[in-house]
Design a protein. Structure first.
Lengths: 124, 124, 124, 124
DNA sequence: GTGGTCTAGACCACC
DNA sequence: GTGGTCTAGACCACG
C-alpha cells in the first residue's frame, strides 16, 4: 500500500476501507481485520489505523463489538449512500477541476475519451 | 478563496496560480501580484505565499526580479507542459479513483455523461 | 556554531550537515539529530533548520520517515557525488578568486605553499 | 557583470572595485567612474552602488571629494594591505574549507595541482 | 514598494 | 517523541 504525501494517512486508510466495502471485498455485517493486522498489512502505526476506524464508526459504516472487533454495518442503505457519495465526489471534483481550467463540458468528455484511448490498458 | 483542509495551503496557492497562468489570466512575462497583495487577497500569511512562489521559481514557472517582483516565465513551452501535466493529473486521478471502485472504462464515460446531465449548469 | 553574516543560515546549516556526512560523522542510513535538537545545538530557530533539511530531502541526501526523523540516504553514489561537488566548488572558487587578481596558476601554487608553511599548525 | 544570489550585491560590488584597484586598473589617486556610470555598467540600482562606495570610504580605500566624485586613496600602504588581506582571506577560506572535509595540507596541494591540470585553460 | 530571511510560538499528523 | 504547516511580526537587501 502506497500513501500519498500531503494527505493524512488516516484519511487514505478510511478511503481504502470504504473502497473494500463498496466493491464487496468486505461485505455488510462482516468482521474486518484487526487493527494490528491492518497496521501490519498497510505498514502503518496502530494508532493511525485506530484513528481511521474511529472515524468510520462515527460515520456509522463500522460497528465495534467490544472484545470482538469491528464489523461492517448491516445498514445496506447507508452503505449504498456512502458509495454513491464517494463516486459523486470523484465526479464533482474532476468536473470542477476541469472547469477551473476553462474546459467546457463537451471538451471534458472528449478529453476523457482521448485519455482512455491513450492509456490502452483495458478496463472494459 | 477557500482552501481545503488536509492539503497544505501553499500547495493550493501554487495550484491556484498555475491555473491563473494556464487560463491566461496571468500571461507569460507578466508581473504577478506582490507577495503581500496575494497574502491579503487569499487571507493567508505572507510566508505561506512566499513558500508557494519559491517553489514555482524552482520549477521555473516564475522568475524573481530583485526588488521588483515575480514575473511569469516567457518560456511558453514550459507553460504549456505545466498545463498539460495538470490536466493529465486530473484525468489520471479521476480514472484511477473510478477503477478502484471496479468501474470499467465504458461505465466511467456513461457515469460522467449522467453527472453532466444531472448538474444542469451549462459549461458549454 | 558560528554563522557568517551575509549568507543565509539555512544554507550554512545545509553545508554543515553535508560536511558531517562527507566526513563520515553521519553515516549512510544513519538517523540525524532531530530538528529540535539541531535547532538547540545551533542556537537557531526550528523553522530555519527545517528549511535546510527540506532542501536536503529534495536533493535526496536525506530521507524523512514520518514520525521517526531524518535519515542519511543509503545511496552511496549520491553521497560521493555530493562530496565531490563540494570539493570542486572550493577549488573552483579559490582559483577563480586568485585569477581575478591576476595571479597565474604557477603563482597560486607557490602562494598556497607559502601560506601552508606560514600557518604552521600541522594538518599532515 | 553577474552577481551571485545569496550574497548582497553591494558586497560583490565592493569586492569588484577592490579587485580593480588591486590589479591596477584603477590606480592610486585616480577618479573612479561616477555612481551612475557604475550602476549602468553593472546593471544595478544607484542606491546599491552608493552603499558599496560608502563602505569603501569608511575603510579609507576611497576618498570623496564633494562635487567631484570618488578617488582611490593615495595611501599606498593601505592599498597594499587591502590587497594582501583579500588574498590571505582567499587562502585561509580555501584551506579551512578543505580542512573541514578532513583533507590534509599535503592532499590540498595535490588536489589543487590536479584541478589546475584538469582545467586546461592556461593562466600561466 | 519589492522579495528574502529569521524568530517565537502554535497546532497537526504520525510513531 | 518525530517532522510539517501556519501565523504574526520583525529586519534586511534591492529598486
Amino acid at each position: 500500500m502506497k500513501f500519498k504525501d500531503n494527505v493524512p494517512i488516516y484519511l487514505q486508510i478510511e478511503q481504502y476501507l470504504n473502497r473494500e466495502i463498496a466493491t464487496g471485498k468486505l461485505q455488510a455485517g462482516q468482521k474486518i481485520p484487526s487493527v494490528r493486522q491492518l497496521a501490519l498489512k498497510l505498514t502503518v502505526n496502530v494508532n493511525t489505523v485506530q484513528r481511521a476506524l474511529q472515524q468510520m464508526n462515527e460515520h456509522g459504516i463500522l460497528k465495534v463489538k467490544r472484545g470482538e472487533g469491528n464489523f461492517v454495518t448491516t445498514d445496506e442503505a447507508l452503505l449504498k449512500q456512502t458509495k454513491d457519495e464517494q463516486l459523486t465526489k470523484f465526479l464533482r471534483d474532476f468536473v470542477n477541476n476541469m472547469h477551473t481550467f476553462g474546459i467546457t463540458n463537451r471538451e471534458i468528455l472528449t478529453q476523457l475519451q482521448d485519455y482512455l484511448d491513450r492509456e490502452g490498458y483495458s478496463h472494459e
